[in-house]
Design a protein around this ligand. Structure first.
Ligand SMILES: [Mg+2]
Length: 150
C-alpha cells in the first residue's frame, strides 16, 4: 500500500492500520506471503484475544464495549492481513460477491431455522486463492517449493 491513496479510503481500516504499523515499526508486507511461524502464531493469538473479548460482551454489553471489541477484531484482522501482505479489502469484496450469489435469481432466500442465509443452487464459492494470486501470491507446492516473496 502506498501513501498515495484515494481520499475516500483514508479512513478505511486498511489505511488506518497501515499507518499504525508504520508508526510502531510493526511488520508489513506488500505481497501475500507466508510469514515465520512465531509471527503467524502471535497474530493468531492477538485475534483470538479480541474475539474472546467480543464473546464476553456480546450478550451482557454494554453496547459501547461491544462496539469497541468489534472494532478491535477488525483492526487486528486488518493488521494480520497486512503482516501477511494480503489486501483484505479485495478479499472482502470477493467474499461479498460470493455471498450475494446465495440469493436466488427470483430473489428467493433460503434460511436455516436460526435465520442464517443458506447457499442456494446458484451459489458460487469465493475464489480467495485467485484474489491472492492477482496480488502476487505464489502458493507453495505440495513438495514445499514455491517462491516466498515480501
Ligand atoms: Mg479489545
Amino acid at each position: 500500500m502506498s501513501d498515495t491513496v484515494p481520499a475516500g479510503s483514508r479512513t478505511s481500516p486498511a489505511h488506518l492500520v497501515h499507518a499504525f504499523h508504520r508508526a510502531f515499526g510493526l511488520d508489513a508486507r506488500g505481497v501475500p506471503a507466508e510469514v515465520p511461524p512465531g509471527l503467524a502464531a502471535h497474530r493468531g493469538e492477538l485475534l483470538a484475544e479480541e474475539a474472546a473479548e467480543v464473546a464476553e460482551v456480546s450478550v451482557s454489553g454494554p453496547l459501547d464495549r461491544l462496539a469497541h471489541e468489534l472494532a478491535d477484531v477488525v483492526y487486528v484482522a486488518y493488521g494480520t492481513a497486512l503482516v501477511h501482505g494480503i489486501d483484505l479489502d479485495a478479499v472482502i469484496a470477493e467474499i461479498h460477491r460470493s455471498n450475494m450469489t446465495k440469493l436466488g435469481p427470483d430473489g428467493s432466500v433460503s434460511r436455516r431455522a436460526d435465520g442464517k442465509v443458506l447457499k442456494g443452487d446458484h451459489y458460487e464459492a469465493p475464489d480467495v486463492a485467485g484474489v491472492l494470486r492477482r496480488q502476487g501470491w505464489t502458493p507453495r507446492t505440495p513438495d514445499g517449493a514455491g517462491a516466498q516473496r515480501g
